[in-house]
Design a protein around this ligand. Sequence first.
Ligand SMILES: [Zn+2]
Length: 321
Amino acid sequence: MLFNIKNQTIKLCRIKGIQIYTDLVYFMLVSFLSIIFVRQSNLILKTGISFPLVASSILTAILCFVSLLIHELAHALRAINIGISVKRINLVFLKQAIDLEELPRSPKEEFTVAMAGPLINLIIAIILYGVMIISAKFVPGLYQQHLILLTLFYLAIANTLIASFNFLPGFPMDGGRMLRSAIWTINKNKMKATEIVIWTGRIAAIFIVMTILLRIPNLATIIFMIVVVPLIFYAGPAELRLLQTRGKLELAKVSDFMKTTTQDYLESWQTEHLKVAIYCEANDSLWSAWQTMRQKKVGRIFVKQRGQLVGSISIVQIYKV
Ligand SMILES: [Zn+2]
């Protein structure tokens, strides 16, 4: 576990070559959830606060967090399966995402990568409900040890909630990506499909507000509403801007925006930054140059034409485009 003060991220572990990061907010949420489970279980069982009750509540809260991790891992493994490499998973509050090296190339790819996450939570929930029903029939007295029942029950509910929330048809939820890829298949226009999903997302946000205000207006649901609704309104247009930027950068050539650079400059740049120069071709698009900069974590790359150094381009110049 490694704590990075600058980004406030915590390196958790590495699974199949994917680095998993989380943040302090999730640590606080797991602690907060443990307290809620202790309180709720004590209200149901009325046994008083005992060590097994506290231990099972902490375990349940940790397993809820693990359910989120499994969700992101399912996205990542599906992406790897179709040939898109995934370097890291950010379990960072409100910015939870997998870091894909490139975007899915077709609607089918986008659909399956998006669906893998909520689908796995749905499967876990169904299995847990099944285990609860079957074991209650075949193992008499099992649920007299109510802590086991409660752990399974809370986890089933948590996975149902993660799946249902992510199936909502708007960005940044997976349902938004699934709906976009379905529309993209029909109209063959990813940009237009994105615009439509911005509106279905806003309708979903209004639906959340109405449901909470009319049916379950308590402190937790109102906090959820205040956090999530603006997120949906913001994430849709941000997704569209990303696509527009990508379209623009794909059409622009590096040679049209680079600065002429000498070998001396290249060498002094290497000495100053303690890095080996990374190259692209003058004919490459700005999008591919930007992708290379991101992957290699450099702010400038050098441009070659027929094997000769002809220029360089910085990330600031690309941002200006
Ligand atoms: Zn997801």
